[in-house]
Each structure stands twice: as structure tokens, then as C-alpha cells.
Write a new protein. Structure first.
Lengths: 227, 227, 227, 227
DNA sequence: AATGAATGAGGTTTCATTCAT
DNA sequence: AATGAATGAAACCTCATTCAT
């Protein structure tokens, strides 16, 4: 039995290794420019071997996306549990982004792939069957709920339309991340990235909080001191 | 001499025609999916002929961009002249976007190409020689000035960092436009697009105006009734 | 104007040349084993060039088929005009096959491709839209008419079901040709082929003529003395 | 020694199982479209294991062919023992085909593979060493004998050339089966197949019987009521 | 000035076969 | 004995670019 398990584990490890290499390459060169040959070479495998692990190129993207997507959602959801208001929740959401960047740059890959796999997100309603990709719409729902909650608890401006604002928040977040993704890898310093994200998120914050809220809550701390 | 001039004029007309076709195709299918063959066919020319007018594919994009870029800048600058405050100016800026959409969808092409030609804009400072492409940085400067002006005249929050905010405004504008560009052309209704742009711009407005400003200025009118 | 025409002509010649090479290769190696690379090499062109003349591999087969198919049908139809009875007509049909073999072996290519393009012919009724391929069904109709005519004029057994017999005749003709196609090219001597075709067609003849017909009509002459 | 025998037996069982699966797949999809992976999956084995039992893909086909071929020959030969004339013998031969179809469709596989393994059969004389494949030539001899016998006993037309007719009969039989094999599996109804085979075989019968034979013998009964 | 023929590199995918474990 | 990971050749197709005419 140990053997079966080991084989199973090794197979998963190799799959994961391929995804790792693909992720790195996408981070370096962008989703569109990465070829199966690139991935194969980087994984020190033949092109044919990739097809033992994934049905086709899109399946690699989808796996990458699902993996990063669920980690992202779990990570974020867990953080949100402690929030005592909508405002605190969205602050925690964005501080999660900062911390995720501290861990790795996967979030860039995540968003880039999303734009390939579900290109009409978030402007058009999702087609539930679109390749099993649900995460984006879960995130949309999560943000929408959080806006509603903030309106209910008085931390957000009651004039907001939660669905509309949720879309806008995602569009804006997407914009900043895509802009970062376009930078040459050597220029993507955490310093720069975090500063721009901070500025963007704080701008959104100022736009949606209820008038008269505590001004100190409009500042997002860049966090754990690792920068 | 008349002959030389006529030739010159015809050459320019031909160039313009090629760019027209390229622009239409890019709008329909996206920058990446348009091939030289597509452009040639649509222009009723041979592929080879395209290379008489442009060095390569990127040169077509660059020309397209310069053309649309200067029109855009002129259009916008002209409108801004009548502004009596920074706030009024940025409102006019965005209302220009709406009106430009009313005329055509070139703005989608403009922004899409910009992301190909100057991928690190606006996050990294422009390298003055980068293919002669200056427009994006002019726009950045323009917005930055307009923010400064608003701060000076009391219509914008004095705590803003004009350079930072200008970048953020551009990143956000870019985000919304790129999201729209990704939609299948059939789904890109003016109705949807304008609504999302309006929502996004109004969000920014709320974030940057000075406290206590006239609330009615936070609403952007969708305009000339053509929608 | 002469130039345009010459270009046009040259283009057609090159198209024809590609088809020639493809035809030769299919004759040598069989439809399935011929690759685009083979055709390109044989035509002294690059693979990419083939796609200037044909949309894809199937288009080459279809062109080859249409060409050979219409020539075949015209050739045969012309011969049939002089027939004074159903029996004479089918004799002329088959004698046409012999003569066509005298000219070239295209008929092998024709039938081989047919089995790829319309694999359920003649057992299933044709779907009128199947890639514009009509020839097989025209031939089927022609044979069916000719059987009916023979029954009417007393030269064929009145017990025959024309539709059924037409199918069977085609199946059998197909059988002999496919058997020939499978032979290594070096072994495909006209002598052998014609002898087998003759034997097969005579067998069919004996099976369908009305009892008491002139026995000499059951022998098919191998023709023009070129063998 | 018991162990050795058991091993031997188990090995043979496995081999047989692999062949079973391969046969089913070939019937469904055609010889050319079946891959080693398909067979392995269907046999619940790994691809590598197939190579423990067979040298290569062709060896599987050859084994399949030898197996089905000898069964076919035995089946047919046994039936032919009771025949009292050449005519009765060939009727029994074809009625065997019908009955074999009642049992399974293996005959399609048999003939399809034959066309791959011995492509020049029956038009060229067999090369005795050709992969040990003898069955086709045994069948050819059997039919030839049976024609000779019919000529001798007066049931067949004395003008026939037994060798030539035997080849023709095989070519025709092959034609009908290959036409059937090309049908999509869903369209291969016993009803259709048997009707076409019946029509084809009856046509041959009419062509070879001696004049004045009992007309009722020209009809082949479709048999045991299972259709 | 314009053409259009041609190229060649590069893209994704398939599959029979080998081999270390 | 069995595995399954890996390979590498080969298939079809696309496209920016070049160049003789």
C-alpha cells in the first residue's frame, strides 16, 4: 500500500512541479506568451509529457487558476471572519492582498488567468457551466455581501448599490493588478506594487465609507514590516 | 511639383485607410487576434503592400496609437479650457470620455494598444525614447496638473498626492476600459459600458473631492441623450 | 490586362501542380499516409505555401475529388449517350472504366478519396450538405436510371430492384478498386487490373441481364488494343 | 510443474483478454483509430504491459486476425461438410456469414485487419512468409475448390475460371464488408447489413450458377429469425 | 508602387514505443 | 510480471516578414 501512496504522491508532486514552472513563466512573460514548449523546457520534460498530466494547455491554466483561486478565497474568507463591520471587512480583504503579495506573486498569475478564462467577468453575469470556473463569481458575491453589510451597519454610504459597487471594486482591483502584471519582472518590486495597491484601495475606501467615519480607518497599513 | 504633392497626399490617404481598417479590426477582435492578413484583406491590399507603409506590425499599432492619442488629447484639452476648477476639469475629462464613446469606440482601441506599446505605463516613469510614444505621459501630466489645480482651488482634498492620484486614476480608467475590451463585441452595448464607466468615475470623484463639496457634482450626467 | 490573366493562369497552374503531386502521392501511398509535408516536399514548396492554395488538407482531397469526379462523370455520361439499351449502357459504363485506366490511374485516387469524404456512401442516403460533395450520388442515380431503363427495354431481369442493384453495383466496383489501390504501386500493372475489373464486371453482367440475352454481350472487350 | 502450467494458462488468458478488448474497439472505431492507449485502458492494463504480450501494435492485429481467421475458417469448413453440391456449398458459405453476424460482428474486424495485414490479397499470389498469415489464402483455395466442385457437379456454369472467380468472389465480399465497416457504428444495424450482404451474394449467385438451375436456390434465407 | 508567392519558425496535440522501478 | 513515466517524431496549421517581378 505504501508503494501506491508514494506513486500517487510523486505523481501529484510532478503535477505540482509542472504547475510551478508554468506559474513562474506566466509571471515572467505573461499568460499569452507562454508556450507548451516553454513549460516543458522549464520543467525539464518533453512536450509530450505535459499531456500526461494535463489534457491541454487550457487545462494547465484552469488548474493553476483553481489552485490559486481556492487558496485565495480561503485565505481571504478566513481573515474576514474577525471583521466587526463591513468597513473592517473590506480593510481586511485588502490587507490580505498585501500579505498575499508578501508570500508570493501568485495573485498576479491568478488575475491574469482569470482574464483569459472568464474574459467577461465581472461585467457580464457568469455562465455557471463555463469550465467549472466559479471562483470569480464567489469573490464577486463576497464583496457584494460585504458592501451590503457595511451599509447595514452604517460603515458604508447608504446610497451605494452593492452589486454595482462590487463590480466596480473588482474592475479597479483587476486594473491595478493587470498594470502590475505588464511590468517587466525586474521592475516589479514589492515596494512599488504595494504602494500602488495601497493608493488604489485607499481611494476606493474614501469613496464608499459613510460620511463622518473615523479618518484613521481610511489608511491601510502596509503590514507586517517585511517591506 | 503638383505631382509630387498629389503623390504625397495619396500616400497619406492610403496610410490613413490602412489605419482605419486596422482600427476597426482591433475593435472587433482585440489587438492580439488581428493579423496582417486580416488588415490587408480588409484594406483590399496585399500583405506586402502593408510593409510599404509600415515597417512592421508594431509600427501600425504605434501609428494608430499616435493618431488616436493626439486626437484624444486635443479633444480632451479643448474641453478642459472652460473648466473653472479642478473638480469641474476632471468632470469634463470624464464627460469627454462619454462623448468620445458616443462618437466611436476608438477609445477602446487606444487603451488596448497603449497596454501593448507602453506596458509599464503609468506605474513606471516613461523612457522618453520609447518608440516616440509620448501621449500617455502627457495625459498623466495633464491629470496630475488638474489634481494639483483642484487642490489649490479647494475643490479636491488637500491631503492628496497629485502624482500618486494621477497614476491611480489612470490605472482605474485603464481597468474599466480593458474589462470592456475583453467583452465579445456583440455584448459591448453603449448602455452597459457607459453605466460601468459612470459608476467607476463617480467612485473616484467621491474619493478625491474636498469634504463638504456640492453633492450634485458627484453625479456625472451621461449626456447628450444619444443613449 | 494580359498580366492579370497570366498571373491568374499561373496561380491556377500552381494549384494544379499541387494537386498533381498530391494525386501522385495518394496513388503511391494511399490517402491516409500522405501528409502535408509529403505534398509540400514533392511540390518543392514549404508546408506553409500549401495553405495559400488550400484551406486545409481536406480541401485538397475535396478539390482532387471534385476534379476527378466531374471529369469522370462527364466522360462516362458522354459515352452513355449512344447507348440503345440499358445493357448497352452499362457495358459502355464499364468500358469507360477500362479506357479511363488506359489514360491514367486517377480512378483509384477518385474512389479512395470518396471513401474518406463520404464514408457511408452508398449504403446510407447522402446528406445533401456534406461538403458540397454530390458526385457519388449523381453516379448512384445514373446507375439506378440505367438499371431501370434496362428493365424497361427488356435487357435486364425484370425482378431486379433498381435502387438495391445500383447500390450493390457500386459496392462491388468500389471493392475491386479498393483492392487495387491497396497493391504496392509497382505491382499495379494495367494487365492485372484490367483483367480483374473485367472479370468482376462480367460477373455482375451475368447476374443482371434478362434470361436469353445475347451471350456475346456478356463479354466486355478490353478495348483499344493498348494493352 | 503445476505452477508453470498455471502461469502459462494465466498468460494465455490475459493475452486473450487483451485481444478481446482490441477487437471490440476496432469494431467500434475502425482499425486505424484505435490506439495502444485505448486498448490498454479498455483492458485495465498499462500501455507498457501490452508490450509484454505483443511485440508491437501490428502483432496485436496479427494475433487478432489469426484467431478470428481460424475460427472463421473452421466455422465455415464445418458447415460446408454437409453440402451436396458446389452450389449448396457456396450457399452454406454465405449463410455462415449471416450466422456469424448473428453471433457477433467479428467478421468486420476480420476483414478490416486483413486489408491492413495482407493488402495485396487476393489480387496477388500470397508470399508464404508474410508474417505467417495464411488464412486468407486458405479461404481463397477453399472457394476455388468449391467453384471447381460446382462446375464438376453441374451446379455452376462450366465456362467459369475457378481461380479467377474465387478472387472475384473474395473481392466482392471484401467490398461489401469494407463498406459496412466504414459506417458509423450507430448506423450499422443488422437489418441494413444483412440486406446488403444478401443482395450482393444473390447477385453473385445468379452470375455463377449453371443455366436452368432451380430458381429457388438463388434466394438466400436470412435465417434463424434473430433479425 | 504594388503584388502575391513563398518562407520558416513556432504553435498545439497525438501516439507507438522504451525503460527504470 | 507489471507499471507508468517519459520520450521524440510527426501530424496539422498559423503568421509576420521578405523579395522577385
Amino acid at each position: 500500500m505504501g508503494i501506491t501512496e508514494r506513486k500517487e504522491r510523486e505523481k501529484n508532486e510532478r503535477r505540482a512541479m509542472i504547475l510551478d514552472r508554468a506559474r513562474e513563466l506566466i509571471l515572467e512573460r505573461g499568460v499569452d506568451s507562454v508556450t507548451m514548449q516553454d513549460i516543458a523546457t522549464s520543467a525539464e520534460l518533453s512536450k509530450g509529457t505535459l499531456y500526461l498530466y494535463f489534457d491541454n494547455k487550457e487545462a494547465i491554466l484552469a488548474a493553476l487558476f483553481r489552485e490559486a483561486g481556492s487558496y485565495f478565497l480561503e485565505y481571504v474568507s478566513a481573515r474576514l471572519d474577525t471583521a466587526r463591520s463591513g468597513l473592517e471587512a473590506i480593510r481586511l480583504l485588502w490587507m490580505s492582498y498585501f500579505d498575499l503579495f508578501g508570500e508570493s506573486n501568485d495573485i498576479i498569475v491568478l488575475f491574469s488567468i482569470r482574464n483569459v478564462l472568464t474574459p467577461s467577468f465581472p461585467l457580464l453575469p457568469g455562465t455557471p457551466n463555463a469550465g467549472d470556473i466559479q471562483e470569480p463569481y464567489l469573490l464577486l458575491g463576497l464583496i457584494q455581501n460585504l458592501i451590503s453589510r457595511g451599509i447595514a451597519d452604517g460603515s458604508f454610504d447608504p446610497a451605494l448599490d452593492p452589486a454595482q459597487i462590487a463590480r466596480t471594486v473588482i474592475v479597479i482591483t483587476d486594473g491595478i493588478i493587470e498594470n502590475i502584471a505588464r511590468l517587466p519582472p525586474g521592475m516589479r518590486t514589492n515596494r512599488l506594487i504595494l504602494q500602488e495597491m495601497k493608493s488604489t484601495f485607499e481611494l476606493i475606501l474614501r469613496a464608499i465609507v459613510a460620511p463622518g467615519c473615523d479618518r484613521s480607518l481610511l489608511i491601510l497599513p502596509l503590514g507586517s514590516g517585511q517591506f
